[in-house]
Design a protein around this ligand. Sequence first.
Ligand code: GYE
Length: 330
Amino acid sequence: MVRRNWSAAALAGVLAVSTLAGCGGSDGGDGGSGGNDDGKITLGFSQVGAESGWRTANTKSIQESAAKAGIDLQFSDAQGKQENQITAIRNFITQKVDVIAFSPVVTSGWDAVLQEAKDAGIPVILTDRAVDSQDKSLYKSFIGSDFIVEGQKAGDWLVKEYEGKNEPVNIVELQGTTGSAPALDRQKGFQEKIAGNPNFKIVKSQTGDFKRADGKTVMETFLQSTPDIDVLYAHNDDMGLGAIEAIEAAGKKPGTDIKIITVDAVKDGMTALSQGKINFIVECSPLLGPQLMDLVKKADAGEEIPARVLTEETTFTQEQAKEALPTRQY
Ligand code: GYE
């Protein structure tokens, strides 16, 4: 009880101070760190966490491009939890930030908080991952990759790899975070492409939460239960890299005994690809910062912005990885 009283008193003090500061500001009384007292745009950004090399590169891109664009970035790390993201977004609304952007950890459960942002008149930009809200007016734009196309590219490569061969192909799949847009769509696109050939069979499919350590432990269980694995499809490089450790520990040769396809093309993944431990990588660009800042400026100015901004991406074979590695940014 005593503690509660203390924090209530402390909170009252903070509120009093920020109200005073707000009164002195040019735009009068909006207080909080979201106030435009310094003339800068304030962007509240809720990041998923730090689960992968992709995420680290994405965070760096957002932080660097905000600084370059002169945007005041309020960055919040949700540590992989949706409830933390919802709390962060509510805090941004209370602070009256100018624009909110976030990378939703999962697709569902956003309608209420997005409605709150809309009611507060704060434009929201989805970054990297989609939500399943039916009301598209709850956000202004969605910038990021087409994850279905990424899954299709992975499937296309596999179909071509086994062209003309008539043998059973046992595939294991390491899924990304359960319920996340990239996990759902990379699975869907891949399945679409391999469906036409009855030789292809996904014998095991489980989440590795986009993390290297989880990729390793799940692959260990796959190897124990399924001796004849031909192909691993991992929804990101990190899980593939963890799985490589498990495959090597089991005395098998990754890339040869078990063919490996991953998504992202971060430096560690590209290195393993160039070494022959991965066979094919579908690129997913984390460098969303510069385009996001352009959208933030336009949204803040009340300009029309495109509802969907797609990222340009390619794919890499082992040879292409060797060529691309020296100049790879992330
Ligand atoms: O592929 C994975 C990360 O949402 C596209 O999240 C992103 C994915 C990326 O953890 O490595």
